[in-house]
Design a protein. Structure first.
Length: 179
């Protein structure tokens, strides 16, 4: 085994990325306190060719030096929109034909390993505040909730880590369908 060189990675330019067909998954960030977490989600969204990121509430938006530090340029490639609150984002997503799921621990949540969406489905997933999670009012507007099974003592993950885990599971069927 040997590491691939930068040339072998076939990285897209910003323009190539913007014109590439995206996977119909949108990450929604609700009241995220840390700009570093926001930047990390941008980087993940770029890696997985997500349709967009919807930013709600007091979550900071690009341009921002802390987003830039963790996004490493993904804030320039990934499409994003800001909404005053999550309700506006959810209403917009539903009008666009998206099924909307909160990533949260709730009664009757769907364990992530049981998620089985059709690759043709348009899916949006809401990630909430680092301390309080997704707001209850937002949860009530969703089509369901997805929960990441956690076996240890903490039963919580950093939002950037949770986004990486959930978004990978959502895009994996698209990758498998291509190969």
């Amino acid at each position: 085994m040997r590491k691939l060189s930068m040339a072998e990675l076939n990285r897209k330019s910003v323009e190539e990325f913007k014109h590439t067909d995206k996977i119909p998954v949108i990450a929604v960030l609700e009241n995220i306190r840390s700009a570093y977490n926001v930047g990390s989600v941008f980087r993940t969204a770029d890696a997985f060719l997500l349709e967009a990121i919807y930013i709600t509430g007091y979550t900071c938006t690009p341009p921002h030096k802390e987003i830039k530090k963790t996004a490493l340029g993904a804030e320039d490639t990934v499409s994003w929109k800001h909404f005053r609150n999550a309700t506006e984002a959810v209403n917009s997503l539903k009008q666009e034909g998206y099924k909307v799921y909160a990533v949260e621990q709730v009664v009757n949540s769907l364990p992530l390993q049981q998620v089985n969406f059709n690759p043709a489905d348009k899916i949006a997933v809401i990630f909430g505040n680092e301390v309080t999670g997704v707001e209850q009012e937002t949860i009530l507007q969703c089509d369901g909730c997805i929960e990441i099974p956690q076996l240890g003592m903490k039963h919580s993950l950093n939002i950037a880590t949770a986004a990486g885990v959930v978004l990978w599971e959502l895009i994996r069927p698209h990758i498998q369908a291509e190969h």
